[in-house]
Design a protein around this ligand. Structure first.
Ligand code: ZN
Length: 187
């Protein structure tokens, strides 16, 4: 039997659209063909990019793709030392089915808004539905930080960034000041 020459997968770190780029303000389009040959490669590239940049999530519009697709890749890192550890997950055509009444505020940042943090209210518990990278429909209840990532990334598919969600411009901080005040307080 001829052995498949295993081609080494090349994962590319992609360039990230910055605030002001119009794609961040567009509504993304549903992924129609989950089995398109490029989709798995795009997902791998998004994962490589979010890991290389110490992110915990990244949405397709942030790499100039107008598709309803994002990655959640929560793990403790320099930017989010308290993040829970989980493997990177591709979320395709997500839907927010229901959410808790209560919201909680937490500091968010965004690879497309470098150098800034904002105190953003998000639903504490959400029930979501999405297609995974194997093409299966998944239903999940997400809470806390992971629910926050989901809502942040979902917003990107709707043309929103976290700056649109802060209640006051006084809830904004530079990343440097955040590191000084918030991270050092914890240690
Ligand atoms: Zn973002």
């Amino acid at each position: 039997m001829k052995k498949n020459n295993k081609v080494k997968k090349i994962m590319e770190v992609l360039q990230i659209a910055q605030l002001g780029n119009n794609i961040l303000r567009c509504q993304a389009k549903p992924v129609i063909n989950i089995w398109h040959e490029n989709l798995q490669q795009i997902i791998d590239n998004l994962i490589a990019t979010v890991i290389a940049t110490n992110g915990v999530g990244i949405a397709a519009p942030q790499v100039l793709m107008n598709d309803r697709l994002f990655i959640i890749a929560s793990r403790p890192n320099l930017r989010y030392p308290q993040a829970p550890k989980m493997g990177p997950k591709a979320i395709i055509n997500p839907r927010l089915i229901s959410h808790s009444e209560d919201r909680e505020k937490g500091w968010e940042a965004c690879l497309s808004v470098p150098g800034m943090r904002g105190l953003v209210p998000r639903y504490r518990v959400i029930n979501v539905e999405y297609t995974n990278r194997e093409g299966k429909l998944e239903k999940q209840e997400l809470t806390g930080f992971v629910a926050r990532i989901f809502q942040h990334e979902y917003d990107h598919l709707e043309g929103l960034v976290f700056l649109d969600r802060v209640e006051s411009t006084r809830d904004l901080m530079t990343e440097d000041e955040y590191q000084k005040q918030i991270i050092q307080l914890r240690n």
